[in-house]
Each structure stands twice: as structure tokens, then as C-alpha cells.
Design a binder for this molecule. Structure first.
Ligand SMILES: Nc1ncnc2c1ncn2[C@@H]1O[C@H](COP(=O)(O)OP(=O)(O)OP(=O)(O)O)[C@@H](O)[C@H]1O
Ligand SMILES: [Mg+2]
Length: 439
């Protein structure tokens, strides 16, 4: 008789494969060469309600239904990751044209800001998770009070929804952040500047921003007026003198399992992620370990379920500061689809279902992800011929979105042993698809 695996059996991943940038939660070190601390942890799990930690199963062959709120590309790719596992997927989308709505068979169209819509949607799901952080926190609390498994839960998610709440929380647990405070008006911004390094100051709307929308770098009080026009609270931050931006991505499940991906370097252009290199080149292994440990600590202290991206600044004087948190699959983790043993999307699904997490280690020495942004040419399919003929090693991921200038419509992953080569190929393909180069 096989012993059923309880989710409370602890699985601890450990470094020792020779792969860089991958760290462990706590627990004893297993012998080198094995992935799990417990031999029985690799025993095939017996399906059944007992292993699914509070998730009530409904329907076919006990395969659970994951409800995804939001129909963007993250939902599309999460769905894709669940297909081989037979995980059923239900989507709450705005329109049938949404990126994920084009590919998911069970789609509910509705407004995620409407509690009754959320309630009806959640009734058909075993667990509810998100492709964005814009669902009103009070609605999530109401769903939770109804008994819905909301993962991550509202108390955690609010830290990704509201940059003011997030800064206060990180301060309270001693996580290093840029100097910051909430500001009331442009004169208060000048006061903030005088308290520290002066102008320029970074101003952020506390809620609703994405891809640099809702972020201003202002040089004086006059410029500081713009963010206040929307009438929402504004957070001021020192403009960090960073050498580069990093991201520490971890995944945590309700029963406390956790895995950490290698720390990556991310390059933003005009506030939008342009390129990610995994692992971050020339990163001091000690600093990499510190960043992973910090992300695992944040995941634990905030009781996060699912994928957590901790966006970081590496400062000129060799420190790391937290920029912000995202509690869902993240652009800085897209490389894992082709460059890691288990992708961030699959691990997010495993985590919200409280299944044992998959191996986060890289499959290649280097993986570079370059985003494909919309350009002047709407016909990207035409470009496939050239890109695929030039480089059969490309991994192209398109989101089914209409091309609009600057809009993220896809990404390209390339992996291999030579960083310069991998980077050149990924950049070339993304630029060709966008139409900024023609050969
Ligand atoms: N305090 C700061 N100092 C210097 N640069 C900053 C600071 N805050 C933000 N930035 C720059 O602006 C970018 C966007 O900021 P932030 O991540 O807070 O906004 P966002 O719109 O919520 O981003 P996302 O696209 O990740 O959702 C950062 O990646 C960084 O390049
Ligand atoms: Mg950001």
C-alpha cells in the first residue's frame, strides 16, 4: 500500500545541483543529489479531498476547477500550464476578445468590480486566483467570508494592491525600502524632498498603476501637481540610484512549502519591462541568496499563497531595496516557461491548489526573455517566417492581443550557454516581430 501524501509533509528544495541562484527555505540539508528531503515526498500522491488542504472538490474525476479572475496574458499562460495536469480552468473576463478568453473554454463575462458577479463566478470554482490585483479588497473579504478559497487571500493581496499599505507592512517587518511617505499635495512633496535627497522625487498613485502608469518622476513642485489630479492618495519615494533592477521570484503554498527561482535582472524601458536575464549576470552569490531569503521571508510573513515577485533595486553601494510586490505570475518570471524545470505558471497553480511545488531550477545556463511590444506593423504573423527560419531555437509566446504601439503583445525566450548569443537572438526576434528591424 502506498502511503497517501499529506500536504503537511514538508518538501524542502536544496541547492547542490551546480545550478546558480536557487535557494532553500529552512530545514535540514538532504544528501547531495536528491531533490526532496523526504523519500515519501516523491511517492505519487493519491488524489482525494484529504490532500487538497481545504479545497472542496467538485466534478470530473476529482480534478479541481481553478477560477481565474482577469483575462489577460497571465491568465492565458496559467491556463496553458494547467492543461497537461488536467486542471480545469474557469475564467472571469471582461470581453470574449481578452487574451485568455480566446483560449479558455469555460469563460464567464462580467465585471470583477461587482460582488454579485464574483459570487456567481466563485460558486463554480474550487479555488479563486487572479491575473491582476484590481479586484476590490472588500469584495475578496466578502468572498472569503462566504467560504471561498481566495488565494492569495485579501490580507496578503492588499499589499500588492496598495503601495501605501505595502510600504507600511514592509517597514513593520524590517524590509529595506526606498525612503518614502504618503504626501498630501505638491507643497508636501517639496517638504518630502527637503527631508531627504531633494528633487527629483518619484510619485506613485497607491492603487491601480501598472507598467509605469501611475508613476511620475518629478523635478520640482510644479511638476508634482499631476499625480494629485486623480484625487487618489499619492506615495512619494526617493529616486533610487540603482545600478540595475532585479526580481526575486518565489512560490509558496498554504501548507508552507516554498521554492525560490534564481534571481533575475530586469530591464525597464519607459516604466515597462523590456528584458529579463536569468540568472542575473555577475550577481554576487551572497546578495542573490539574500534576495531569495528576503522574498521567502516576505512570502511567509505576509502569508502569501502562489507566486510572489519581489521587484528589487540593486543600489550603487551594493544593497538591495524592495520596489514592489506582485502576487501572481509576473513578467520577470516568463523566462521560466522555457528556462526552468517548472514554470512560474505551473507552480502558481500548484500552490493555489496546495499541491507539492515543482522544481524551480534553471534548465540552461542562461535564459533571456525579451518582450514583444506593439509597433507600427500590426501583422506579426508575417514576421514568423523570417524569425523561425533564422533561429529554430526561439521560443515565441504571443498573447492574441491587437497590436497597439507600446502594448505588450508577446515575448520571446531563448536559452543556452553563451549569454551574448542568447541575448542577441532574443532581442533580434522581438525587434523583428515588432517591426523595428527588417533583417
Ligand atoms: N523609487 C524609485 N526610484 C527609481 N526608480 C523607480 C522608483 N520607483 C519606480 N521606479 C522605476 O519605475 C518603474 C515602475 O515602477 P513601479 O514598479 O512602482 O510601477 P508599476 O507601474 O506598478 O510597475 P509594474 O509594471 O511592475 O506594475 C520601476 O520598475 C523603476 O524602473
Ligand atoms: Mg513594478
Amino acid at each position: 500500500m502506498r502511503k497517501p501524501l499529506s500536504t503537511h509533509d514538508r518538501i524542502v528544495l536544496f541547492p547542490g545541483s551546480g545550478h546558480p541562484g536557487y535557494s532553500l527555505p529552512d530545514g535540514p540539508s538532504p544528501p547531495r543529489g536528491s531533490l526532496f528531503t523526504r523519500q515519501d515526498a516523491v511517492t505519487p500522491a493519491v488524489t482525494g479531498p484529504d490532500i487538497l488542504g481545504g479545497v472542496t472538490l467538485a466534478g470530473k474525476a476529482n480534478f479541481p476547477v481553478v477560477g481565474m479572475i482577469g483575462g489577460g496574458q497571465l491568465a492565458r499562460m496559467a491556463h496553458q500550464a494547467g492543461v497537461p495536469l488536467g486542471i480545469r480552468f474557469k475564467l472571469l473576463a471582461d470581453t470574449p476578445q481578452d487574451s485568455a478568453a480566446q483560449v479558455v473554454s469555460d469563460v464567464v463575462l462580467g465585471d470583477y468590480r461587482d460582488l454579485e458577479t464574483l459570487r456567481r463566478f466563485a460558486a463554480g470554482c474550487d479555488v479563486v486566483t487572479f491575473d491582476h490585483e484590481h479586484v476590490p479588497t472588500e469584495h475578496l473579504r466578502a468572498l472569503q467570508a462566504d467560504g471561498v478559497a481566495v488565494r492569495p487571500g485579501p490580507d496578503a493581496l492588499v499589499n500588492a494592491q496598495d503601495k501605501g499599505v505595502m510600504r507600511a507592512k514592509l517597514d513593520s517587518i524590517g524590509v529595506p525600502c526606498p525612503r518614502h511617505r504618503l504626501v498630501a499635495d505638491p507643497a508636501d512633496v517639496t517638504a518630502f524632498a527637503h527631508e531627504g535627497a531633494g528633487y527629483p522625487v518619484v510619485l506613485k498613485t497607491v492603487r491601480g498603476g501598472y507598467d509605469g502608469k501611475g508613476v511620475w518622476v518629478v523635478d520640482d513642485e510644479q511638476e508634482a501637481a499631476a499625480p494629485f489630479l486623480a484625487g487618489v492618495p499619492v506615495l512619494a519615494e526617493e529616486k533610487v540610484d540603482f545600478v540595475r533592477e532585479l526580481a526575486a521570484n518565489v512560490v509558496r503554498s498554504p501548507s508552507g512549502q516554498a521554492v525560490a527561482y534564481p534571481v533575475v535582472e530586469s530591464l525597464q524601458e519607459n516604466g515597462v519591462c523590456a528584458e529579463v536575464t536569468a540568472p542575473a549576470p555577475d550577481l554576487d552569490p551572497e546578495l542573490a541568496g539574500e534576495a531569495q531569503a528576503l522574498a521567502l521571508r516576505i512570502a511567509g510573513e505576509l502569508d502569501i499563497t502562489g507566486h510572489l515577485a519581489v521587484e528589487l533595486f540593486q543600489t550603487r553601494d551594493g544593497r538591495i531595496l524592495v520596489n514592489e510586490l506582485a502576487m501572481r505570475p509576473h513578467n520577470s518570471g516568463h523566462w521560466t516557461q522555457d528556462g526552468a524545470v517548472t514554470s512560474q505558471f505551473e507552480n502558481h497553480l500548484r500552490a493555489v491548489l496546495d499541491l507539492p511545488l515543482g522544481d524551480p531550477r534553471p534548465r540552461a545556463k542562461w535564459t533571456v526573455m525579451v518582450n514583444v511590444l506593439g509597433g507600427d506593423y500590426p501583422d506579426m504573423y508575417h514576421a514568423f517566417l523570417h524569425c523561425m527560419a533564422r533561429d529554430p531555437g526561439l521560443r515565441i509566446h504571443m498573447y492574441g492581443k491587437d497590436v497597439k504601439p507600446g502594448r505588450k503583445v508577446g515575448h520571446v525566450n531563448v536559452f543556452g550557454d553563451d549569454l551574448d548569443d542568447v541575448r542577441e537572438r532574443a532581442r533580434h526576434a522581438a525587434a523583428y516581430l515588432r517591426g523595428t528591424i527588417t533583417e
